[in-house]
Design a protein around this ligand. Structure first.
Ligand SMILES: [Zn+2]
Length: 681
């Protein structure tokens, strides 16, 4: 599970410069480092540093370099997984931008480059957050003319003429009715036929359910993650899984990943890390999901290494049925100092579990191996880039988490980059001076602690009742929203607990109260900035936040726990009673845990549909208006550093890190270096 960025991080000015250097960095880093590189459409592009990279020893740098290449080799998989036309469109547009010799100083050509930037930012032609197809902003005729007039190779199918390629892509790009939505979770229609994602071809939701129902062994205590690494298609009337592995689907990229991972094994820091990497390679070679589980167990057991790798088909948010994983990779180095804070929480995991407001039978008697740490990202790829989570907790399989534990990381240098550009929105939506000054003092710590608790304690907590299948089977399309809600509720429940003061991770309850202010402001108002007027809330994390905040608002109404106030024509939500609000969060947490533990689909559906989806139109319009006045892009993505091996007589003697600052240049560089997949898969 990944924790995305919250609305509360935001920029105030166009070019923000932060001195992100640290004492342990080389001389170069003493210079100011521009965090914000660029803005376009609803996005801004930031940069992060990798503190301490220069001081790693040569072997470790080599290891990081090999993992960096293994990560980037898979970067295009997400394009194809999201939508079967993404690679064709991306490559066609890239060819025009690279080679078109005509006039570029026109509104239409500028619209083309803007559209391509948005496609890069979203890894496809649907918005990464709203999932709506982009409007291109230039005409179909103009598109056809550019393709015809550009002296370059275009990604045609075998035997396809250029005109046929244009004819095939035109409705896909320009007709707003064609594959309008990336992922549809609407309850009242077949979610597969209404979603553009490329995980299924020619099959209905019902057929998928019956296909996998025969593959489930009832009572299996260690079930594999069915469907995680494949596409399901109908071939000659039969359902077939196309498995992503060496020799299978996406082999062209996977073979290269394996080759870099193999080099990495030789440079592993220790045997546990080498063992995990070998199991990952085996998984890619055979495509067997049992190997995937074995790899995850080995990965969880690799707790001593400084360098860590997340690499695989992992998050299932893009599959409306929550089975198939999009490719992502994160290569990171441990941040020792910050890790001590999160370790204090992780070491207390059993205390938290014992003090959960769950029903007794839903508590784990023994919490195993919850490890939490802070990492500094070196590179991210696939689903984790250019937009990145700020916290990650893996693996996703419930039984591995229960029997072997999980690893939870907070992305320290990414969070630092966000904090460097924080600003205005909190000022706009906070009600009083108290709330505001508290937010300025504790806002960053409140956010960090919330993420720590969400990842380290939240996702790993609780247990299913005996015989209840995994939530992806029982709660289906509501599973992800409810799981995120559960983890957020755990964080909210404990963030006002004096235990955290005792642990030395926060100075006073004001930090927790700040977290409550942030959460309520965001869940009821601020995050609506990411939804188009008239649309429902769709994204899982957003649904979860609205669910919690709206539920607490309604259930606390009699006692005026959260009060809706109006001042100068603006709406505010003000918390009057923090203790009672904690009680409400605890009550809802117990219920969400019960839903998960018993697989109560009907109750889960009712909670989500009632509180998490619908938006008050007038309030929504007000939020959009207030944000528009602030001029803050709602989404951020990152330009990654570049690692350059320094060779001497054919051997790598050092690895240099560079920090590019041009988003488009990096995307084109990646397109040159890492385009291994065929256009048509
Ligand atoms: Zn989460």
């Amino acid at each position: 599970m990944a924790t995305p960025v919250k609305q509360t991080t935001s920029a105030t000015s166009r070019s923000i410069v932060a001195a992100a250097g640290r004492a342990d960095q080389g001389a170069e880093s003493a210079a100011a480092f521009a965090v914000e590189a660029e803005r376009f459409a609803d996005a801004r592009v930031l940069r992060y540093r990798v503190p301490g990279f220069e001081t790693l020893d040569r072997e470790t740098k080599q290891l990081v370099y090999y993992l960096y290449e293994a990560a980037l080799c898979g970067r295009e998989l997400i394009y194809d997984q999201k939508y079967r036309y993404n690679l064709a469109i991306k490559r066609t547009l890239e060819q025009i931008v690279r080679h078109y010799e005509g006039d570029r100083d026109t509104d239409e050509f500028r619209a083309l480059t803007l559209y391509l930037k948005r496609v890069w930012f979203a890894n496809g032609i649907h918005h990464h957050y709203s999932h709506d197809k982009f409007e291109p902003g230039f005409g179909a005729e103009q598109f056809a003319a550019w393709v015809r007039d550009t002296p370059a190779q275009f990604p045609r199918r075998d035997g396809q003429s250029l005109e046929e390629l244009i004819a095939e892509l035109t409705p896909v790009i320009f007709d707003p009715r064609v594959d309008a939505k990336l992922v549809s979770k609407s309850a009242d229609s077949d979610v597969l036929t209404r979603s553009a994602v490329n995980f299924y071809r020619g099959v209905t939701q019902e057929e998928v359910a019956s296909f996998y129902s025969t593959k489930l062994a009832p009572g299996d205590a260690t079930p594999i993650s069915l469907g995680l690494n494949s596409r399901l298609v109908k071939e000659r009337g039969a359902l077939v899984e196309q498995v992503q592995k060496v020799g299978g689907r996406y082999t062209q990229a996977i073979e290269r990943m394996v080759s870099w991972l193999t080099k990495a094994v030789a440079k592993a820091e220790n045997e546990a890390q080498a063992a995990a990497l070998r199991k990952l390679i085996r998984f890619y070679e055979r495509g067997d999901l049992k190997d995937w589980d074995e790899y995850n167990v080995a990965w969880v057991n690799d707790t001593e290494s400084d360098v860590d790798l997340i690499h695989g088909f992992i998050e299932v948010y893009h599959d409306p049925l929550g089975m198939r994983g999009t490719f992502e990779s994160v290569v990171s180095v441990r941040d020792e100092e910050a890790t001590r804070r999160i370790a204090a929480i992780a070491d207390t995991a059993q205390w938290f579990e014992d003090h959960m407001p769950f029903l007794e039978r839903h508590k784990k008697r023994e919490v195993t191996g919850v490890t939490g740490k802070v990492i500094n990202v070196v590179i991210e790829s696939g689903d984790a880039a250019p937009t990145t989570p700020i916290g990650i907790n893996l693996p996703n399989a419930d039984w591995i988490r229960k029997d072997h534990g999980s690893k939870s990381v907070s992305l320290g240098n990414v969070v630092a980059a966000y904090n460097a550009v924080r600003g205005g929105a909190d000022r706009e939506f906070a009600y009083g001076e108290d709330e505001l000054s508290r937010n300025e003092r504790y806002g960053e710590l409140a956010l960090t602690l919330h993420i720590d608790l969400h990842e380290v304690i939240g996702h790993g907590s609780g247990q299913l009742e005996a015989g209840v299948a995994s939530p992806s089977e029982t709660l289906k399309n509501y599973g992800s929203t409810l799981e995120e809600a559960r983890a957020d509720l755990v964080a909210l429940y404990f963030i006002v607990d004096p235990k955290l003061i005792e642990l030395g991770v926060m100075p006073s309850l004001d930090v927790g109260h700040t977290a409550y202010d942030q959460f309520v402001r965001n869940g009821l108002m601020q995050q609506l900035n990411r939804v188009d007027l008239g649309k429902d809330v769709e994204e899982d994390h957003m649904r979860n936040r609205q669910l919690i905040a709206a539920w607490a608002y309604e259930h606390g109404r009699r006692d005026n726990v959260i009060e809706k106030r109006s001042r100068g024509g603006k709406t505010y939500y003000v918390i009057n009673d923090y203790a009672k609000l904690r009680g409400l969060f605890g009550e809802l947490l117990r219920e969400v845990q019960r839903i998960k533990s018993t697989g109560d689909y009907a109750a889960g559906r009712e909670l989500v549909e009632r509180y998490a989806v619908k938006v008050d139109r007038a309030l929504h319009a007000e939020v959009l208006e207030r944000y528009a006045a602030l001029n803050i892009p709602p989404y951020s993505g990152f330009i990654g550093p570049r690692l350059v091996p320094v060779e001497d007589a054919g051997a790598i003697v050092d690895v240099r890190i560079e920090y590019p600052d041009d988003f488009s240049a990096q995307m084109l560089e990646y397109a040159d270096r890492y385009a291994f997949l065929p256009t048509w898969n």
